[in-house]
Every structure is written in structure tokens, then in C-alpha cells.
Design a protein around this ligand. Structure first.
Ligand code: HEM
Length: 311
């Protein structure tokens, strides 16, 4: 346990709205040990900016973490060369150029179809009736798992997210997570038999081209599914919902004085789809007079850094 000031939190309150607590932390206790999370929370932008690059101390490798145990060790849980090798392997899939020149047209086509199917409804539940499907169809393309339904993509993604945050060890959540990862493995195995597998730069085909092991390929596809479904789903719905509730902002977009990209970026800053990044202290270290000990858990609170008053 680090020597940071101890700060208790009301876990229920924190889960439902972490922002007031994080504001208090930024002002009074920017590096704080929180017993309820058994972790030391970094809440200031500057500290996170400095420390997140220092992977020799703030390591992403967390063999005992739930994500590694349930989904396999993916690139986000690796440091240095091991991480770079896998980032390079997926670059042909996720490079800005590939997204613009290849995926974008497919995304637009899928989204137009979804909008057409919605028809002329006067009311719409934006998450369940629109953004979930848009996000899942895009993810099917990017991962290469074209045989999955969009509902299954959403189910397995949620199941893994629930599993990774199952700190209380609920057996039903763990069992469901296992079922979800098994479903992904089966879909990957089936897709490997597709003669047209290499017709597009999917995560499956890029990683096979790069010669990564099947274990690694599967772990990285699970990673892409765990974050790549709910983040866009919630960002699409959240941006739309926020603009519909803020007429002056919507007018700026409609008039062209602000772009959709700016709206997305501001929404993602304000509501940080990924609120925190966990790190493990690789060796004893002293940062700003706080002693951090090997295997301490650190949470970089991105959601807090994105609202830092000093930025
Ligand atoms: C609104 C959409 C998205 C947001 C806001 C978002 C945000 C993030 C953030 C903050 C991280 C770093 C997490 C950490 O350091 O702990 C991350 C990592 C990652 N995301 Fe996303 N993401 C989005 C969509 C996607 C999609 C659609 C995919 C896959 C197709 C994806 C794949 C990945 C991968 C593979 C990593 C790990 C990268 C690495 O370790 O170098 N993300 N994402």
C-alpha cells in the first residue's frame, strides 16, 4: 500500500457519479489511497501525463488482473517492445489512412441501412435502437468477425466488461464472461476457414499476416471487442443526446461553424468513455514525496484529468 493520503469513498455514490469525488481529489488529494478500491488514484492531468509514459515503474503488465485472467494477455497489458510489436501488427487495420480510405465507406453504408430500417419513427431510444447496432456492425467489420450478429457482438462485449470489473467475484458474472470469451473464440475459429479472410484489413487478417500467435490474436480481438463496442456506442448516443439538449451547440454544428469531430472530442473529454487506466508498480518508487511500492495498484483517472481546472 502506497504512502499517499488515505481517502475513503462511498463506492455506490462513486459508481453512480464519480465526478464530485474526483473534483475534491484534484483540489485536496491529487494522489490518494482509496481503501474501497485498494488502489492509489492519480487525478491530476499533469501527474498522469508524466507517469503514464514511465512504464518501467507504472507498468501495464498485470498478470493477476481480471482482464488478463479472463481475456488473455492483450497488448494493452504489455509494455515496451512486446507492446510495440502488436501495435505495429494492427496498424494496417486501424491507421487513420485505412479508416478514411477503406472502413469509412463501409461504416457509412451500414449506418445508412440501419437508418433506413428505422424508417419514419417519431421517437427513438437512441442506444438500443440505433447506436448499439451502428457500433456493433462497425466492429464486426474491423475485427473480421462477419459471422457474428450485432446482438451477439453487444452481448459478448458487455459480458467481458462485466467480468473485468467483477471485483466482488460474483460467480454468475464470471461464468457469463467465460461464455462470452468462448463465443468469440468459436467465431474466430469459424472465420479462419473463410477463403475471403484476407480480402480486407481486419484485425484478424492483419494479425495473421504479422505472424502473431493464435493466443495473442484472440486476446487482442477480445480487447478490441471489450472496448470497441461500448465506447463508440455510448459516444455516438451521448453526443447526439447532449446536442439535442443543447440547442445553441447543435446550431453551431448545423451552421458548420463547429464540426461533428469537435462535438465528439468535447463529448469524449467531458464524459471520458474510458474513465481510468490501471497500472501496477513494477519497482519501489517515490513520486512527489509519495512512496509507491512494488505491486501497488495505481489508477490513472482519465475522467478526472479531462476535467482538470488547470488545463
Ligand atoms: C469512442 C471510441 C473509443 C474511445 C473513446 C477509446 C478509448 C481508448 C483509450 C482511452 C484507450 C487506452 C486505455 C488505457 O490506456 O488503459 C484505448 C485503448 C485501445 N482501444 Fe480504444 N477507444 C475507442 C474505440 C475503440 C475501437 C472501436 C477499437 C477497436 C476497433 C478500439 C481498440 C483499442 C485497442 C486495441 C486499445 C489498446 C491500444 C494499446 O494498448 O496500445 N478502441 N481506447
Amino acid at each position: 500500500m502506497s504512502s499517499a493520503a488515505i481517502q475513503d469513498i462511498d463506492l455506490k455514490e462513486f459508481m453512480s457519479d464519480p465526478y464530485p469525488t474526483l473534483k475534491y481529489f484534484r483540489k485536496n488529494s491529487p494522489i490518494a489511497y482509496v481503501p474501497q478500491l485498494n488502489a492509489t488514484l492519480f487525478s491530476k492531468h499533469q501527474d498522469i501525463f508524466i507517469c503514464e509514459k514511465n512504464v518501467e515503474i507504472f507498468s501495464s503488465v498485470q498478470p493477476d488482473g481480471l482482464m488478463t485472467k479472463l481475456m488473455g494477455q492483450n497488448m494493452m497489458r504489455k509494455d515496451g517492445d512486446a507492446h510495440i510489436k502488436e501495435r505495429k501488427a494492427i496498424f494496417p487495420t486501424v491507421s487513420p489512412k485505412t479508416v478514411k480510405n477503406f472502413w469509412k465507406n463501409h461504416f457509412v453504408e451500414k449506418t445508412n441501412k440501419i437508418i433506413k430500417n428505422i424508417g419514419k419513427k417519431s421517437e427513438l431510444e437512441i442506444v438500443s435502437e440505433f447506436s448499439t447496432q451502428v457500433s456493433a456492425e462497425a466492429l464486426k467489420l474491423i475485427t473480421g468477425l462477419s459471422g457474428m450478429t450485432w446482438m451477439e457482438m453487444d452481448r459478448v462485449s458487455q459480458g467481458m466488461i462485466d467480468g473485468c470489473s467483477n471485483y466482488i467475484g460474483d460467480p454468475a458474472v464470471a461464468k457469463n464472461c467465460e461464455d462470452c470469451t468462448r463465443s468469440i473464440d468459436l467465431h474466430i475459429d469459424a472465420q479462419l476457414k473463410d477463403p475471403n479472410l484476407h480480402d480486407n484489413p481486419s484485425l484478424l487478417s492483419s494479425q495473421l499476416d504479422a505472424g502473431l500467435s493464435m493466443e495473442t490474436i484472440k486476446a487482442n480481438i477480445k480487447l478490441a471487442i471489450s472496448g470497441g463496442q461500448n465506447e463508440p456506442r455510448d459516444a455516438i448516443a451521448g453526443t447526439i443526446g447532449t446536442l439535442l439538449n443543447n440547442d445553441s451547440q447543435l446550431k453551431m454544428i448545423k451552421s458548420g461553424s463547429k464540426s461533428w469531430l469537435q462535438a465528439f472530442e468535447e463529448y469524449a473529454r467531458w464524459m471520458s468513455p474510458i474513465g481510468m487506466s490501471p497500472r501496477r508498480i513494477a519497482k519501489d518508487f517515490n513520486y512527489r514525496e509519495v512512496y509507491l511500492y512494488e505491486n501497488d495498484m495505481i489508477f490513472f483517472m482519465f475522467g478526472s484529468a479531462n476535467r482538470d481546472e488547470e488545463i
